[in-house]
Design a binder for this molecule. Sequence first.
Ligand SMILES: Cc1cc2nc3c(=O)[nH]c(=O)nc-3n(C[C@H](O)[C@H](O)[C@H](O)COP(=O)(O)OP(=O)(O)OC[C@H]3O[C@@H](n4cnc5c(N)ncnc54)[C@H](O)[C@@H]3O)c2cc1C
Length: 479
Amino acid sequence: MGLTRKDVLKLAGASAGAAAVGRLGLAGAGALPQPEAMAQASVLGSDSIITRDVAVIGGGATGTYAAIRLRDMGKSVAVIETADRLGGHTHTYTDPATGGKVDIGVIVWHELPIVRDWFARFDVPLEKASFDSPGMVSKYVDYRTGKEVTGYTPSDPSAALGAYAAQLAQYPYLEAGFDLPNPVPPDLLLPFGDFVKKYDLGAVVGTIFNFGQGLGDLLRQPTLYVFKNFGLDILRNLQVGFLTTARHNNSELYEKARAELGADALLRSRVVATDRDAAGYANILVQTPSGLKIIRAKKLVVTIPPKLDNLFGFDLDATEAGLFAQFGNSAYYTGLLRNTGIPDNMAVTNIGQGTAYNLPSLPGVYSISPSGIPGLHQVKYGSPYQLSETSVKADILAGVKRLRTAGTVDTRTPEFAVFSSHSPFELTVPTGAIKSGFYKKLGALQGRNRTFYTGAAFHTHDSSLLWQFTEALLPRIAA
Ligand SMILES: Cc1cc2nc3c(=O)[nH]c(=O)nc-3n(C[C@H](O)[C@H](O)[C@H](O)COP(=O)(O)OP(=O)(O)OC[C@H]3O[C@@H](n4cnc5c(N)ncnc54)[C@H](O)[C@@H]3O)c2cc1C
């Protein structure tokens, strides 16, 4: 059954919920203003109304997984994705000169059956990832000055990792989600810097900082988030070896998934208004490149970062809005620099001179490192809070210049071959909220109003573990 012209008008009238969102002050940047949506929706014909079992919001790691698996289970789906591709944080750059591929987003996955099966389904071969770079030269530099950090050598984490693992083993439930006990164990609430001091784990800090890039101010983050990011299955994979794509193109799976979804993947599209109606449908007004469409779906799967400003157009009720309003976020940026003047085999890593555990000052560069393509270096940059892309790029270029003025590396002024903001990145709530049951309340949203949630905010920034999390939700979504 499709929507009548009257229904469309009613929906495009922004619905009580969407109006409430407006009252919450959500100025949806780039979204269609409601009056304009109303005017356009009123002339929508039945060919603009798409009825599906499930609408999936966001086509990154979890949205793509949910959509394809639900189709495999016999459900019809539509994916609404703002970007012009699927994959989200998986981002592969193709060098126009050589045709070489560089993954500037997601690099590796866990050695797990779900990962093997998922890639096998798309005939994308995997191999063990190697982190050895023969012939690579490392310089450890404080980007604040451009000078090499005197007397610095990375610490050997082996012994301390054992002690860290023993701590982690007390919280096995963190591997599956945020189902925290009540009361929340006090160690999980400690700022990670205090936790490290309490258990004398200083030797693991550098390793966790490197692995957990994007986490922002590591030492201030509640230990809970560090454990979620650097957990038991990560430690297991450090032993058995992570997986990566044998053809060194991590986007291949998403390109194939997009081809399979065909018109069911609505790219360059965004939600304008949503109404989860009494008849049991979610009606979603979507702005697409070919005009406004209504997706009429029995279930909704939300996989996007659930920050209020990213949920413009959703008919959030007070419970949902009250929870999502508590999320803050760190920020993470990546790119490729052409013609830095840094030798092709050299990595220049940011290390703090005289800082706790030699952690670099953030916002700042994590590292500029070889890409495998001559004349092209990867750059990674982190911040505890969101910055404009312009200021991040300017700070990166200033850092490259300081390497030259300090006489550390004879750099030139490079240009960005590609730049990518992966922000908002880690979504966190304050310790007080964790302590008072935030994640119990968040978990209770699953299935409410026929809406399900997956994605990094609901578990962790780890595709493999997110696919497991999403898989466990599927029976309820498909029911
Ligand atoms: C540089 C980098 C490296 C990483 N490396 C790894 C790694 O090696 N291994 C690993 O497992 N994980 C890695 N991660 C973590 C990675 O974020 C997760 O594994 C995974 O991508 C999270 O999946 P997701 O579905 O939650 O988010 P995403 O994959 O980001 O998907 C969210 C999607 O929603 C879309 N979207 C956002 N807002 C809206 C909106 N309002 N409407 C419609 N669509 C919207 C986005 O465009 C995006 O496509 C890395 C992350 C970054 C940034």
